[in-house]
Ligand binder design. Structure first.
Ligand SMILES: [Zn+2]
Length: 326
């Protein structure tokens, strides 16, 4: 019996040796919290199939498999179960200084596909990031996250960066660095309480005003403002979706009001959220890929859309910083 077990485990090991895992989600045999002295060890274990790059995925056109928060990008924000991750590229080699715009190619494009497809992304944290959630040494695998949204932004020197909001899929808390033991004198001193760090709320967790949703849907009789298509359900009622132009969650903090909402079909809702289409000042629907006008936004007289929100959406889905355009 023992021999059979040995042979079977050998067979499993042979069919999938460490380092050859090339899939999405959990790596068999690796549990959340697993640590690695070096990134190459995480690669050997199949957790992050890259030596240097922070974003690992297969060829372009497929979703990202894993990311590393290593402190290489100064715009990363780590809240444990919620991360704002900076895309790759644009930096001077071996430096945190940006010298050009980041592009929507390579790893940056794979993370957008993770958002579009809903594919989970493995997250590793490196000690060098130095946040309260970084391990004290080496690298730690912190479980699976989903990409909730992405947008472009301008970093402090004026170059374009891509940013991604990732939320943890499991309830397992990310370990915090142990606080340094206070000296006996400090222990006897009343310290009071520092303001607790606020955890950003995602659009998924925000309770959207049902009256705003109902008003927008009724105003357009559940027809998409881009393609005017009515989707009829089996009982004859219609289906539409309400999209917020400026996202409600951190860091966009758009208002939950009708002047920030659109009535869209699922296709155009997805394309708008992914930044694949934007709305111009004069309400033309523009394809981000080709810059061609692909339609016109239908707006009723009673629906006053705030142009600032449309401008915010355009600004956060552009491909070039103003300094690179001039
Ligand atoms: Zn539509």
């Amino acid at each position: 019996m023992i021999i059979v077990v040995l042979v079977r485990s050998f067979a499993v090991a042979e069919s999938m040796p460490h380092g050859e895992f090339d899939g999405y989600g959990e790596v068999p045999g690796i549990t959340e919290g697993a640590t690695f002295d070096k990134l190459e060890h995480a690669k050997a274990a199949g957790v992050h199939n890259e030596n240097q790059r922070g974003i690992a995925g297969r060829a372009q056109g497929v979703a990202a498999q894993s990311i590393v928060i290593s402190g290489g990008y100064k715009d990363d924000e780590d809240f444990g179960d919620f991360i704002i991750y900076t895309g790759e590229g644009g930096r001077l080699k071996d430096s945190r200084r940006h010298i050009k715009d980041q592009e929507m190619t390579g790893g940056n494009a794979t993370l957008v596909r993770s958002q579009a497809l809903g594919t989970p992304v493995r997250v590793l944290r490196g000690a060098n990031a130095g946040t309260e959630f970084s391990p004290t040494k080496g690298y730690r695998y912190d479980g699976l996250y989903c990409v909730e949204s992405h947008w472009s932004d301008t970093e402090e020197d004026g170059f374009l960066i891509w940013r991604y909001a990732l939320r943890k899929l499991s309830d397992v808390a990310v370990p915090r660095r142990p606080e340094k033991t206070p000296s006996p004198a400090a222990r006897s001193r009343p310290g009071g309480q520092e303001a607790p760090k606020r955890r950003p709320t995602s659009t998924n967790q925000i309770v959207r005003d049902p009256e705003v949703i109902a008003w927008v849907k009724k105003e357009y009789n559940d027809e998409c403002q881009v393609c005017c298509t009515p989707l009829e359900l089996p009982d004859g009622t219609r289906y539409s979706e309400t999209a917020h132009i400026r996202g409600l969650g951190y860091p966009h903090s758009g208002p939950d009001k009708v002047d920030n909402a659109l009535c869209l079909c699922p296709n155009h809702h997805k394309l708008f959220d992914l930044g694949a289409i934007t709305i111009s000042e004069d309400l033309k629907v523009v394809s981000m890929n080709t810059a061609a006008v692909v339609g016109r936004l239908h707006v009723t007289e009673d629906h006053q859309i705030n142009p600032d929100h449309l401008s915010y959406h355009r600004k956060h889905h552009r491909q070039r910083s103003p300094r690179e355009q001039h």
